[in-house]
Design a protein around this ligand. Structure first.
Ligand code: NDP
Ligand code: HSE
Length: 433
């Protein structure tokens, strides 16, 4: 008996789209794909903005400029959205789902803003909406949360979910580079964009935390902001302080239960103990560390970006969607737990590291210590190093409320004797951020 045929349309032939087309058309993979899809996958069209440009590996007869028509009218079973952005991509995805066409996307920005509404639309029309590649590139963490850990009570998800920032921090750790040089190297290697804001100010990681939290805890994906601090304030001296004290600085995306009904979602640099599994994640790699009530700690590690690695995650979703088509079913969207209450980062306690550049003169230390004391922030240790007329003070606090530390920083930055307040970095002790 002939295999059923599942017709696939792709929007986008950039890094990820071109790599996906390459696998879909690779004759040596055909049998494996048919086995996994329980169908022949027929690539019916690849929509781009500029259809006149030559695209090695993408047959010219498949290239078209009408993404809207492909999504809204073409005879397809699965639409793969790899264009990026929110408005046009959202329109294509909605058009496809609205007529019962399953959608696979790698678009974290779209999913973080409109994921729940899109998942409901998919369900209402008997279609799938899969987005494994939106978090962690090739790392199959969303499927693990959605299936293997579906019945587990997750306590915390903690991830290095942005390869660019992990590369920059690794360069600073391994080579003593300062932030600017490490960023320039990331740009030279093609990790960081010319405008690196989305990565270094942690917008990209924040969208991924929202997606992870929605699957781990049942929060809705609907254009929320979370507590977010990027890495642009991290200096070589902070990295060196961390090294001397047995830590490495990482940008962590965290979603964790606080008490029975609280949930914190945040992204910030953190000092991670060198013996924590996340400390060993180097360069542009991604990793997600999950702590479940019964499963205990689990970790996934792999390439979080790049055309071919990301396309493998997209392909896995395409095969899942194809199998569902053939068997006439679709996956139900993620659950929503509306009993969870957002806990702002200000309400959380942590040990903090803070560095200050101050005038090196009598009374300065007392003035600075007084500010900590006034805001109930207890100092655990302090280091001083001198340079010219200035001194650098590096503090570790005892556990303190984040909002008290924020108030301390606010008042310190008003002091005449303080020239600069450096990055304020949470310290992870015994697994708590
Ligand atoms: P690229 O910028 O390399 O490619 C985008 C492609 O989409 C191009 O072919 C472009 O056409 C096409 N396109 C853009 N807008 C439209 C539109 N409105 N209508 C039709 N076609 C359009 O992006 P990437 O491949 O890097 O990323 C694609 C998606 O995958 C994004 O959502 C991204 O966040 C996600 N992702 C990417 C990763 C990566 O490592 N690159 C990792 C994980 C996720 P043209 O070529 O004519 O300009
Ligand atoms: N810019 C992202 C990163 C890749 O550096 O990890 C896509 O999510």
């Amino acid at each position: 008996m002939a295999n059923p045929v599942v017709r696939v349309g792709v929007i986008g032939a950039g890094f990820v789209g071109a790599a996906l087309v390459d696998i879909l058309l690779d004759p040596t993979r055909r049998v494996a794909l048919v086995d996994a899809a329980t169908a022949e996958l027929e690539l019916v069209g690849v929509a781009v903005r500029d259809a006149r440009r030559e695209r090695p590996g993408v047959p010219p007869e498949l290239v078209r400029a009408d993404a809207r028509t492909l999504a809204a009218e073409a005879d397809i079973d699965v639409l793969v959205e790899l264009a990026g952005g929110v408005d046009a991509a959202g329109e294509y995805v909605e058009a496809a789902l609205g007529r019962g066409v399953s959608v696979v996307t790698a678009n974290k920005a779209l999913m973080a803003k409109r994921g729940t509404a899109l998942a409901r639309l998919a369900h209402a029309h008997g279609a799938d909406l899969f987005y494994e590649a939106a978090v962690g590139g090739a790392v199959p963490i969303l499927r693990a949360l959605r299936t293997s850990l579906a019945g587990e009570r997750i306590e915390r998800v903690m991830g290095i979910v942005n390869g660019t920032t992990n590369f920059i921090l690794s360069e600073m750790t391994d080579h003593g580079s300062d932030y600017g040089d490490a960023l320039a190297e990331a740009q030279r290697r093609g990790y960081a964009e010319a405008d690196p804001t989305a990565d270094v100010e942690a917008f990209d990681a924040a969208a991924k935390v929202l997606i992870l939290a929605s699957l781990a805890f049942g929060t809705e994906l609907r254009d929320e902001t979370i507590d977010r601090q990027g890495i642009s304030g991290v200096r070589a001296l902070d990295v060196e302080f961390a090294r001397r004290n047995g830590y490495v600085i990482k940008l962590l995306g965290v979603a964790e239960r606080v008490g029975e009904h609280g949930l914190s979602r945040r992204v910030h640099p953190a000092m991670v103990p060198v013996d924590h599994p996340l400390a060993a994640v180097h360069g542009a790699m991604n990793a997600v560390f999950v702590e479940g009530q019964r499963s205990g700690p689990l970790m996934w590690l792999g390439q979080g970006a790049g055309g071919a690695p990301t396309a493998t995650a997209v392909l896995g979703d395409v095969l899942d969607a194809a199998r569902n088509r053939v068997s006439g079913r679709h996956d139900v969207p993620f659950m929503v737990d509306d009993t969870l209450v957002r806990v702002p980062a200000g309400d959380l306690e942590s040990v903090f590291y803070l560095s200050l550049d101050v005038a090196d003169e009598p009374g300065v230390l007392a003035a600075v210590a007084g500010v900590f004391g006034r805001h109930r922030v207890s100092i655990q240790s302090m280091e001083q190093s001198g340079f010219g007329d200035e001194a650098r003070l590096s503090f570790l606090t005892h556990r303190a409320l984040t909002r008290d530390v924020d108030a301390t920083i606010e008042e310190l930055s008003q002091l005449d004797v303080v020239d600069r307040v450096g990055a304020c970095i949470r310290v992870i002790e015994g697994g708590a951020a």
